[in-house]
Design a binder for this molecule. Sequence first.
Ligand SMILES: [Fe+2]
Length: 301
Amino acid sequence: MLTETVSTVDPAFTISNYAVTDADLPEFRDMKFENINELHIDHPGANDMEYRARRDYIASLSKSFRETGVITDVDYSPREQRVWRYVAEELEDLHQKYASPFYLKAKKDLGITTERIPQLSEMNRRLKELTGFRLAPIEGLVETRGFLSWLSYRVMLSTQYIRHHSQPAYTPEPDIVHESIGHIPMFTNPNFADFSQFIGHGARIASDKQLEELGRLYWFTVEFGMVEHEGDIKAYGAGLLSSFGELEHAFGDEVIRKPFDLEEVINTDYSYSDMQPVLFVVPSYAELKEQTRKYIESFGK
Ligand SMILES: [Fe+2]
């Protein structure tokens, strides 16, 4: 017996750039994450009760943001400001040598200086004018799908506390140095902002396998990306730009710097804890955006 079948052809999934208004945003209070705000045993501040209390207090401001939608500026202490100045000044010299020119200009445009820790609220005002991106405070590292999905609304979740003063060159978790010296300037680039949003779209519909691939794409671009510039190679990834060790290592002889190939990137494993042996160089942010668009569009087919 023949059964009647109805064949439907789903329209191909396509993505386009779009502006996100306040009305499009999901409620921040609905963010659900597991194991947020854990401070691990190997954190340099793990046994410093005063540091832990301070970190918990700043984390509580992020929690209250989720209820109110209003960012509370942090009244950073003189010691926290000293940590910032030390790291920011050391990195500034390396940035002049290794950072992408776009990044250098963006850092200035956002008012990020070596003098004092910038507030998310002030960077938000400028980002909104430039690319419509925004920062939302978060109290720690969150799981991949939840974190990346917010990019689809042009939102980056960002910590506000700062690393422990005993090891200013190192942090095992994101902190305000990693966010504002590493990540935030690049969101003023329209192509990079769109590319980030496409990753966010992908995260919302990805299978578990695709999510793993997206994690690799994010790692080798947003965290450890390099870009061609006038026949030279420059860094734009946050993991490079916010770490003296990683940045110098990235330009050293032990690292293989390959032309960006999306298929290869999404199949390349990485380690959180070791220096990166292989890095990928994009020809331009526009090219990165277009290759990512095609890749994400393939999720819906
Ligand atoms: Fe990061």
